[in-house]
Design a protein around this ligand. Sequence first.
Ligand code: NAP
Length: 504
Amino acid sequence: MTQTTNGGAGLRTPRVAIIGAGMSGIGMACKLRMAGIETFHIYEKWDDLGGTWHANTYPGLSCDVPSRNYQYTFAPNPDWSQIFSPGPEIWAYLNRVADDFDLKGRVSLRTEVAEARWEDGEWKLRTKAGDEAVYDFVITAAGGLVQTKTPDLAGLADFEGARFHSAEWDHSVPLEGRRIAVVGTGSTGMQITRALAPVASKFELFQRTPQWIMPLANRRYTVVGKTLLRRFPALNRPLARAWQIVTEGTFGIAVIRPGWQRTLLSAMCRLHVHRVRDPELRKRFTPTDKPMCKRLVMGTGFYGLFSRPHVHLVDSPIERVEAKGIRTTDGVLHELDVIVMATGFDAHLFVRPMELVGTDGVKLSQTWELEPYGYRSVALPGFPNVFMLIGPHSPFGNQSLFLISETQADFAMRCIELWRTGEVDAMSPTREATDRFNAEMKEVLPDTIWASGCKSWYIGADGTPSVWPYEASHHREILQAPEPADWDMKPGPTRSAARETAGV
Ligand code: NAP
């Protein structure tokens, strides 16, 4: 692609690389299309688009964020089947939006970007296969929960049955009537347990740390409701907004400060565990940390499963894996056919392993050596014209990543617009503004529930949670438009000409 000018409208044509064809990458591409920018390309390392909703195919997969709040604002879906829709339905929605915006021809699948290097005012991008291309902007949309974490259990390779991570499901393995173990009690472990405990001949949930579970019941939408929304599309927006207000006004507040929201949600979790009738078992299911300290697990229909004779909670630590199953430190060998590792992700890699080489050869891998950080979750000093979607400190605790990445994409679009009109050639946040933003955040992070003393994937190497410690609305407010004082901006031709005319 070469840089061109749209003479008719007097606008320059930005070349934009989007890294990742998941929810945020697709959303960004739609925004570019809506702005009339056609010179973009999406790179996707997997063999299909959809990101996390493509990679995760485990039984019971669903989303515990309400679907009306978990969709693009510009593409409301009247056909959600349930309040909390199943994973395949979310993947189908993303696929449909990609079709509606004619994006599929713009995606290079099975194409991993190895490096992007800022040289002579452009980003020179190189894929792992060695292909090269040049862009004015790089949008990182590579997701937060991508790199799977499988514990290094002694003897794991000796296991004679099937074993896999929850995000790498082996669908060739039969499950019905088998002896199944799930290791891990996060959102994933809970959803898989609900799906597999009823079909297994023996089901064992290996719990290292109990988690609070918020009892959110699901409900199917009626045919009448769906028809109404299809017929009167204007109704979609207020409905989506209502769900957003509820989610942000409860979960969004409960995690950042004490108040009725925290009291209410905590009480619901504490009451919920009383679904376990046996006091001894209930004690084993009851966490010692505060509700919401870890990412809150949500759903119903979990605790009741453990009253079935073939469903067991195993909370003796795992000693090793053997050919026939898992041996715990109490000496018991748990004989198994299938072991599922619902053991989570390395959530602190963000854009990496892709390397970005910015001004003066500064590398992303070095910049983030200790811990990923950014300016207002979207940009980094020394990396001009790079915008991150779901970057470090995005507000992801039980919130809609669709809305968050849209806020970030809209911000990127405003910056791209400055380039398009010739105001700016290159822009990155100043070191001072970035440090100030991070220092202010570090001051309030200790007040959040995530810092109340548990171990979770939110906590970074520096011991502080890598999340947004403010209300979700604050994210939108401070990403309305770039504040000139916070940015190093290289003027584009329009501003340079204006300066010359003014004799500056
Ligand atoms: P996770 O929340 O990080 O949970 C991992 C689980 O594995 C924890 O229970 C952890 O125990 C356990 N574990 C890790 N290493 C272990 C070991 N060596 N031995 C025993 N247990 C071990 O991972 P996740 O459940 O996959 O969820 C990750 C994130 O994905 C969620 O927090 C959420 O953001 C997202 N998600 C969302 C939905 C949704 O509906 N929206 C659904 C699924 C996932 P410890 O607690 O002791 O570390």
